[in-house]
Design a protein around this ligand. Structure first.
Ligand code: AMP
Length: 119
């Protein structure tokens, strides 16, 4: 895996602009630059874990933080009753940025595929 700073690290460093929704000591939340739904946020840990499959026991607290943040961001965006969290792991699953991130998607029907939306 590349040791180059990920695009998200460059955003955190202020080298690349972004629409920041939230930041704290452990994570940032930004608007996705190419939204797939009316609400599409990226929840990104400050620590670089390339893929979810690379996470280790030492990351347990930050992984929990990301999940709690997802709920809080959904509340903030007014979509706490209907949203989806997606993590792409690996190129063949659609991962393009190798710095773990959660996609928070809402206000769209998710009809396609095996994970068809219940709403
Ligand atoms: P993934 O394909 O799961 O790795 O998701 C990467 C996401 O990062 C995609 O949805 C991109 O649209 C998004 N993305 C890439 N560059 C930027 C950027 N500079 N600012 C905001 N989102 C970005």
């Amino acid at each position: 895996m590349s040791s180059e700073p990920s695009i998200f690290e460059r955003i955190m460093a202020g080298d690349i602009p972004s629409e920041m929704v939230h930041e704290d000591d452990h994570a940032i939340v930004i608007q996705d630059i190419n939204p797939q739904a009316p609400i599409h946020l990226l929840i990104i840990p400050r620590i670089k874990i390339p893929r979810l499959a690379d996470a280790e026991v030492q990351h347990q607290a930050v992984l929990g933080h990301l999940m709690l943040l997802a709920g809080q961001m959904a509340e903030k965006m007014g979509c706490a009753d209907a949203f989806r969290i997606v993590i792409n792991n690996g190129v063949e699953a659609g991962q393009t940025v190798f710095h773990l991130h959660l996609h928070l998607l809402a206000q769209k029907r998710f009809d396609e595929g095996a994970l068809a939306s219940p709403f």
